[in-house]
Design a protein around this ligand. Structure first.
Ligand code: GTP
Length: 318
């Protein structure tokens, strides 16, 4: 499910915010998870759940029925709406007749609210430990919902490039660091800096410098996979965050970006010669945001010092 699908869901603004903010958390979980609206509409589904149900799905009832014929999914939803505790259930896949064990629980941004903002369905073949994982996820969603509300007030975007701004990326990466510690997730962070940007301003003027920054922003967005995060870190520096990506894959992705920029992919008219240097690092369990960024920054420094127009990778100290 893409964020654009999610944002078309209009019935509850809070549910939409939660679905968006839950996206990273749900993706990081090791078991199949579906986030539902209170009427069973699918707001978010992670890759593991998609593999289980056989592809994207818009409504839970399209794929599953309850294994107990006397109940309907609607009665299950009613029980969940009335309860704050997780409820175990068994679902039958309508196409394969396979039975799945799952836990379904309500998510409330306000614990006093009678109606939940969303419903979480987590499948588990072992079931052991699922409830505590749901508690963690609920907590994370609440933390994220609070951050998202704060960010909404303060502005999420960089006004020049339209990319996510530094404050937004910092908040999201802080959350990613906490999740990585809990769930051992695989991810990489990159800092990208335009080479000799001062001389672009000096030679072509500040407005053309701005045009270059905007073109680079557009290009980075076009190169981004749907799960990646791209933001302007400041000045002529950009930050990229890649989920489910190890350091070798990150190197390949970033070196492709570097090469394309070197070959004129920014399509400015009239053209401006531009190269970039990139420092990359893999997220390490227990990382703080500043540790992660410092490593990427050291690698960027190395790329600049060793001649620019290259990608350098930071090693994690043991
Ligand atoms: N046009 C424009 N220039 C900016 C903006 N933000 C920062 N800059 C300029 O970016 C330049 C950065 O220069 P330096 O930090 O010396 O770096 P550099 O010239 O890119 O050199 P290296 O990074 O070492 O390759 C400065 O001249 C800033 O004024 C902006 O929003 N628009």
């Amino acid at each position: 499910m893409t964020s654009s699908n999610i944002s078309t869901y209009q019935s509850s603004d809070t549910a939409t915010t939660m679905a968006l903010s839950a996206e990273h958390i749900i993706k990081a979980l090791q078991s199949p998870v579906i986030l539902l609206s209170p009427d069973g509409q699918v707001l978010n589904i992670n890759n593991k759940a998609q593999a289980l149900v056989g592809g994207p799905v818009t409504h839970l009832a399209d794929v599953f029925m309850l294994s107990n014929q006397k109940q309907t999914l609607q009665t299950l939803y009613s029980r969940v709406l009335a309860s704050t505790a997780a409820i175990p259930c068994k679902l039958v896949h309508a196409r394969t007749n396979d039975i799945y064990t799952a836990v379904i629980s309500s998510i409330r941004s306000n614990p006093d609210s009678r109606r939940p903002d969303a419903i979480l369905l987590q499948f588990d073949t072992r079931l052991h430990g699922v409830t505590s994982k749901i508690m963690q996820l609920n907590q994370s969603i609440h933390e994220q919902a609070a951050i998202m509300r704060k960010l909404r007030n303060e502005g999420l975007h960089d006004t020049l490039t339209g990319l996510k701004n530094r404050r937004y990326v910092q908040s999201v990466l802080e959350m990613e660091c906490r999740l990585a510690t809990r769930h051992k997730s695989l991810a990489c962070c990159a800092l990208l800096d335009i080479d000799h940007f001062k001389s672009v301003n000096d030679t072509h003027g500040h407005n053309r410098g701005d045009d270059l920054l905007k073109a680079l922003g557009r290009f980075l967005l076009s190169e981004r996979r749907s799960s990646d995060i791209v933001g302007r870190w400041g000045g002529e520096e950009f930050v990229l965050y890649f989920h489910d990506t190890d350091i070798d894959q990150c190197f390949t992705l970033c070196d492709e970006i570097r090469q394309k920029i070197n070959e004129g992919a920014l399509s400015l008219e009239p053209p401006i010669n531009c190269t970039v240097s990139i420092g990359i690092t893999q997220l390490d369990s227990g990382d703080t945001l500043s540790e992660l960024i410092n490593r990427a920054d050291c690698a960027l420094y190395e790329a600049k010092e060793s001649g620019r127009n290259k990608v350098c990778s930071a090693r994690i100290e043991n």
